[in-house]
Design a protein around this ligand. Structure first.
Ligand SMILES: [Cu+2]
Length: 175
């Protein structure tokens, strides 16, 4: 009876060194945008009518830093603090619901721990002085690209629930 040796391949004998992509080599802004705020409450005067905003998000060694600057705010709300967050959905004037929920890193599968906090979401609350306000956030994740928005609310962010009252205005942040 004729027998043949099976062909043998060398697969498996070679150690494979995985050179994974080193994260965060390209530290720098991946989002920088500015423009007039879009009003959610059309036809009703509000403190952000005519205001404009600038948003920058920069990748850091441990996640990302976000910066929100708002200008042209009605002086009548000087001293007040307004909640502001990165939301999943787009910024559409007159349609606060379109902005969807807060961008949450757990929901996006980026962090293991579920919950609502300034570690899982990008909270950019600011206090108005001289018609302007600045909010900053540092989070241990990098928000994933999308057609998103920064939404300004009527109240400061509740640290337990993330709620901040009615949605007043938004800026498109898309990258
Ligand atoms: Cu919000």
């Amino acid at each position: 009876m004729l027998t043949t040796s099976p062909l043998r391949t060398a697969v498996g004998a070679t150690a494979i060194v995985l050179l994974t992509a080193t994260p965060a080599l390209a530290l720098g802004p991946f989002l920088r945008t500015s423009g007039p705020l879009s009003d959610f409450v059309l036809g009703t005067p509000g403190p952000f009518d005519g205001a404009s905003a600038r948003v920058q998000i920069v990748e850091s060694a441990k996640g990302s830093h976000a910066l929100l600057t708002v200008k042209g705010i009605d002086p009548s709300v000087s001293g007040q603090t307004f909640g502001a967050h990165l939301h999943d959905g787009p910024c559409i004037a007159g349609d606060g619901a379109a902005a969807g929920p807060h961008y949450n890193s757990h929901v996006h599968g980026q962090t293991p721990v579920a919950g609502v906090s300034d570690r899982t979401e990008v909270w950019l609350d600011f206090t108005v002085a001289d018609g302007a306000g600045t909010g900053t956030a540092s989070v241990p994740f990098v928000p994933q690209p999308g057609n998103r928005s920064v939404v300004i609310h009527a109240l400061p962010t509740n640290p337990q629930t993330g709620g901040a009252g009615p949605r007043l205005a938004c800026l498109t942040v898309s990258w």
